[in-house]
Ligand binder design. Structure first.
Ligand SMILES: [Zn+2]
Length: 412
């Protein structure tokens, strides 16, 4: 059996294998030790990947002050494992010029203390504000490290992936020009890579498609990717109803409808698909509005895809089926969110989350991915999670055969 991972971040994955990975941290003090140890062995900024704050004894995200105790004189950026939240130390905030007077960027926010001063917790696009400045202080990932990381995939049965790459500011710091790097590495790649380009600039998308066409290896342009919201873990997935454990928020909308229509057409004309991240029920409806308009105006339904489609109203599932939009799902989320998702959603919405059986029964085309480095790329435990659904509504379980089929290579 040869698997295809339909949602994969190759450079983020390489960063977790070559850099500092802190998923196993059990307390802020333990996190501090790991940061300080890493700082001693390296130069420049300290970047940590995959923090799971749900596992920390303190039961909260660290702050800039917490991180300063580990590393004060160099910038530190700690990413939550979903990638939608990061924590910066005071040096990193200073480098980016972020202070009490800095307004929140569109589609993101700085957590603030009572005096308006940023606490260091960055949500969604606020991460980019700091990461863009910190990136200059990070040693680039070596080509050999990237190839070595990707060489772990065939050992898990993965021969090809659909990768999300950014032509502008990198999605993960450490690789400067993600498209150029992939094109350069194409002759040596151990796997085939279909590329979804994450950008909001039509010209940048067109250029990326043309640059990918010059690759001398198993690399192809596959389309355009954008975000409409964030994650459950970061309280940024855009919901109709407030979070169960943070009743003051319903999440963060990152979608610009008119821009999405323009980008969608640009991608389609280039021979690509339209793939938009939507986790919350509100975000999924907003993305379906985009897809419906694109399809009405001539985009083939098979070229439209929602990344994650994590929670949807029954009416939205029906509309998605009628339109023929594909659901790109990540069964590994089920296993990793088992311990804490109910805190975010409450019991009622827990019944409705990751509705894989409902998708299949409605006739919605489905593909599966890991979203690595958010989750481990091995499809086998993910397939197991889709079948077992431990801690989740088991009526939405798939058979092993159905779950395996999510990871089949695309027929194109
Ligand atoms: Zn992703």
């Amino acid at each position: 059996m040869s698997y295809h991972d339909h949602h994969f971040h190759p450079f983020g994955y390489a960063a977790t294998l070559t850099g500092l990975e802190v998923y196993e941290s059990r307390s802020i003090d333990d996190l501090r030790k790991r940061l300080a140890d890493h700082a001693e062995r390296t130069d420049g900024a300290v970047i940590a990947e995959r923090l799971n704050d749900e596992r920390l004894a303190e039961g909260r995200l660290p702050t800039a002050a917490d991180l300063d105790e580990a590393v004060r004189d160099r910038p530190v950026l700690v990413y939550r494992y979903c990638g939608h939240i990061a924590v910066a130390n005071t040096a990193a905030l200073g480098l980016a010029g972020v202070s009490a007077g800095t307004p929140d960027p569109v589609g993101g926010s700085f957590d603030r203390g009572p005096d308006g001063a940023p606490t260091g917790v960055l949500r969604e696009t606020a991460i980019d504000v700091v990461a863009a400045r910190v990136a200059d202080h990070v040693a680039p990932t070596l080509d050999s490290e990237i190839i070595e990381a990707l060489s772990t995939l065939p050992k898990m049965g993965i021969d090809s992936v659909t990768a999300i790459l950014s032509p502008g500011e990198p999605l993960w710091v450490g690789v400067e020009d993600e498209i150029g790097t992939l094109v350069r590495l194409a002759p040596d790649l151990p796997i085939a890579v279909d590329v979804l380009v994450a950008t909001r600039d039509p010209q940048e998308l067109t250029d990326a498609a043309h640059r990918l066409a010059t690759a001398e290896g198993p690399v192809r342009f596959h389309g355009w990717k954008d975000f409409s919201d964030g994650s459950f873990g970061g309280h940024t997935a855009a919901m109709y109803e407030a979070y169960f454990d943070r009743p003051e928020t319903t999440g963060t909308v990152r979608l610009d409808h008119a821009r999405a229509i323009e980008m969608g057409f640009t991608s389609y004309k280039l021979g690509g698909i339209v793939a938009i991240h939507a986790i919350g029920d509100l975000a999924n409806d907003m993305v379906l509005d985009v897809m419906e308009e694109l399809i009405k105006r001539g985009v083939h339904p098979e070229s439209t895809r929602i990344e994650h489609a994590s929670i949807m109203t029954p009416a939205a599932i029906e509309r998605m089926a009628r339109l023929g939009v594909t659901a790109s799902v990540q069964p590994a989320f089920i296993a990793s969110e088992e311990d804490w998702l109910e805190k975010r959603l409450g019991p009622e919405r827990m019944e409705m989350v990751y509705p894989f059986r409902s998708f299949l029964d409605a006739g919605i085309p489905m593909v599966g991915g890991s979203d690595a480095p958010v989750e481990h790329p091995d499809p086998r435990p993910a397939i197991q999670a889709a079948v077992e659904r431990k801690g989740f509504n088991t009526e939405e379980a798939l058979t092993r055969e159905e779950a395996e089929a999510l990871f089949s290579p695309p027929n194109r």
